[in-house]
Design a protein around this ligand. Structure first.
Ligand SMILES: *[C@@H]1O[C@H](CO)[C@@H](O)[C@H](O)[C@H]1NC(C)=O
Ligand SMILES: *[C@@H]1O[C@H](CO)[C@@H](O)[C@H](O)[C@H]1NC(C)=O
Ligand SMILES: *[C@@H]1O[C@H](CO)[C@@H](O)[C@H](O)[C@H]1NC(C)=O
Ligand SMILES: *[C@@H]1O[C@H](CO)[C@@H](O)[C@H](O)[C@H]1NC(C)=O
Length: 355
């Protein structure tokens, strides 16, 4: 932890509730505005927002993954807004245009859950349909544990529900996947947890982009997730063509976002905070009762995602879903919101709009 960030945190805590919400300018789409909120503990969130044009339709809270940002949801934001739904799509703490505190304690998922509740308060929303992809699904899993009354339905995209207070054993997951699929699915976590990961990603930023958005989803095991693969890829400064489903504009925006001061370091803090048990003490009070999901749950699996297979997603999620569970499987890799944007939008519209 850095001394400057300790001082900042303490100064922020002593402030009165400082929730401001200023539109930072119209988006290219008329009804979608980009807004800003400063939380009671002094963090700034930037989010794309549109109010539900049909007041009997819910608002969806879209939480992006790593390494990504709220821009991943552009196709869904446009489609949902056009169908009368409301949308809130924030850059999570440490990402995009939101605050980037460097201390790990700032990434306690209880704190992030409280931040999301403050965004809903600011927009006058009692509850929303929560949608989380990748790390966003992990944040959503915690948000529903701490603020169950704020969620009418839940959608976990590509990855399963991750019950708060349950130890995620990276070593066991790697050992298991080595036996079942022949590569270590989460060995890249050890690289992400290492002291020089952000520096190496920054030095070979374009190479890191192409590693994350690989042209060949089936090669992710060997090129990215397996032990030593990510470091080897970066040290060779490997670059490739863009995948057919990604635009040059997406890459340009991404390179800009991850060139911002501390962006690589702070987005990695999600992994580091989980591996080092930053939320463990807070979550230790939670019981299986608290972890049980009491609203309808949809899992959207991606058939070609090597990090999380649809079958595993179903098994891990369904057992906690006490008020209904369904799964849709899309023929896509990990970045389903971009790769199969229309299909995901249709699925969300149907699920959010149903009884
Ligand atoms: C608004 O949404 C409700 C519920 O989905 C639907 O029954 C109704 O037809 C919609 N109204 C309009 C004007 O689209
Ligand atoms: C705005 O609309 C255009 C065209 O429908 C779409 O391509 C773009 O992604 C939208 N932008 C956002 C931020 O939703
Ligand atoms: C994609 O990667 C897999 C696994 O490494 C490989 O077997 C396959 O040939 C690759 N496909 C292409 C089109 O390169
Ligand atoms: C990595 O490769 C890119 C082009 O693919 C190049 O612009 C950049 O200078 C290289 N970086 C290093 C550190 O060699």
């Amino acid at each position: 932890m850095r001394i400057s960030s300790i001082i900042t945190a303490h100064a922020a805590l002593s402030l009165q509730l400082l929730a401001s919400c200023t539109p930072t300018g119209p988006n290219s789409n008329q009804s979608i505005v980009t807004k800003e909120l400063t939380t009671s503990d002094g963090q700034t969130y930037v989010y794309d927002f549109t109010t539900a044009k049909n007041s009997s339709k819910p608002t969806l809270l879209l939480l992006h993954g790593y390494p990504a940002s709220r821009h991943d949801w552009e196709q869904q934001i446009t489609a949902l807004a056009a169908s009368g739904f409301g949308v809130i799509a924030p850059d999570l703490l440490g990402f995009g245009d939101s605050s980037k505190p460097t201390d790990l304690e700032a990434y306690n998922l209880k704190t992030l859950s409280d931040h999301l509740a403050q965004i809903l308060d600011k927009e006058g929303l009692r509850d929303v349909v929560g949608v989380g992809h990748d790390w966003g699904a992990n944040v959503l899993s915690r948000a529903v544990a701490w603020h169950p009354e704020r969620f009418a339905k839940l959608v976990f995209v590509t990855v399963p529900y991750q019950p708060a207070g349950q130890f995620f054993d990276v070593d066991a997951a790697n050992k298991g996947s080595l036996e079942t699929v022949g590569y270590q699915r989460y060995a890249y976590w050890y690289f992400f947890n290492s002291w020089d990961a952000a520096e190496l990603m920054g030095r070979y930023l374009e190479s890191f982009f192409h590693l994350a958005f690989h042209t060949n989803a089936s090669a992710w095991g060997v090129d990215f997730t397996d032990l030593g693969s990510a470091r080897t890829w970066l040290n060779a400064n490997t670059t490739t063509e863009l995948p057919s489903w990604l635009s040059t504009d997406y890459k340009t925006k991404w390179l800009h976002q991850y060139s911002q001061p501390n962006a690589l370091e702070t987005s990695l803090n999600y992994y580091k905070a989980l591996m080092r048990g930053i939320h463990a003490a807070d979550e230790s009070v939670l019981t299986d009762e608290d972890r049980t999901l009491r609203v309808p749950v949809l899992a959207v699996g991606a058939a070609k995602d090597l990090i999380s297979d649809p079958e595993g997603q179903k098994i891990a999620t369904e057992q906690w879903a006490s008020a209904g569970f369904e799964q849709r499987v899309v023929d896509a890799g990990h970045w389903i919101a971009v790769e199969k944007g229309e299909e995901l939008s249709r699925i969300l519209i149907e699920f959010a709009g149903s009884g």
